[in-house]
Design a protein around this ligand. Structure first.
Ligand SMILES: [Zn+2]
Length: 275
């Protein structure tokens, strides 16, 4: 059944969306795959970096299971290279690329994934987390697993977590036009409407040479999004009035939820750090 067309405007009457990003100095962006930092978070990361923030990117996988391989290459190595190039182009201060298996994040213990964020956030003195919306936005289960881990880690460290989201009307059109399972948020679930300059994101997108082409869905999405990005709090900063359905992160949660059975080193490869 075809879903009803959501309203055009992402802003509900009487609800003011903030047009200014939090003034974080050391945000940690958490993503599942190389290209998520650019295709999804690129305009936000480049804007934060341009404003002087030291943005660090944690990426769980090398994206080796992608069905796209535009330049017919060894994806595992190529996509690491692409991530490094694109992150630099966005102005990110550094990346941490982990070796989890692409497509299998949801099978990992959530506490294991969360521990990687919590340890890195502590080391980087992160003052906020940035991730995909908890729907995964594109329908990829790895995206949902990465964000679920960010929620756990942010809760344990009492760090605010801001999620990149699509307005429901944009997701609706993308689903209709591409057949891909994009998920958006209704007006009442969005907290930010940020004007952005996409020049840097577009340049960085072409650096993901194995994943991009002139006919990629990304270009259609960016066209529909226009020069604005929408975000929502998954974990709001302390003291902020909560949207219905949100809970305030609590500092000092006991560690067991994060370290369920004693943390062991990452399966599937060591971390490569840069910056
Ligand atoms: Zn992805």
């Amino acid at each position: 059944m075809k879903p009803a067309q959501p309203p055009e405007s992402p802003a509900s009457p009487g609800r003011a969306l903030s047009a200014v990003l939090p003034a974080w100095q050391r945000p940690l962006a958490v993503v599942a795959h190389p290209d998520d930092e650019t295709f999804g978070l690129g305009a936000l990361i480049s804007q934060m970096a341009a404003a002087g923030a030291r943005v660090h990117i944690l990426c769980y996988t090398h994206g080796e299971a992608s069905t796209l391989n535009e330049n017919h290459t060894d994806l595992l190595r190529q996509r690491e290279h692409e991530l490094r190039q694109a992150s630099r182009a966005l102005g990110a201060a550094g990346i941490t690329l982990l070796g989890y298996r692409d497509g299998r994040l949801a099978a990992q213990p959530p506490g294991d994934l969360a521990h990687r964020i919590a340890a890195l956030a502590a080391r980087q003195h992160a003052d906020g987390l940035l991730a995909f919306d908890d729907t995964g936005v594109t329908g990829h289960p790895d995206h949902r697993a990465a964000t679920a881990a960010a929620v756990l880690a942010g809760t344990a460290l009492a760090l605010p977590l801001l999620a990149w989201a699509l307005p429901a009307n944009v997701a609706h059109r993308l689903r209709a036009q591409t057949g891909q399972p994009f998920t958006g948020q209704p007006p009442g679930q969005l907290d930010f409407r940020i004007p952005v300059d996409r020049a840097c994101q577009r340049r960085a997108a072409w650096l993901h040479a194995s994943q991009i082409s002139p006919t990629a869905v990304l270009w259609r999405r960016l066209e529909l999004q226009g020069d604005t990005e929408h975000l929502r709090w998954l974990l709001p900063p302390a003291g902020r009035r909560l949207r219905p359905g949100l809970t305030q992160p609590r500092r000092g949660l006991p560690t067991p939820p994060i370290y369920p059975d004693g943390y062991a080193e990452t399966r599937g490869g060591a971390a490569h750090e840069d910056g």
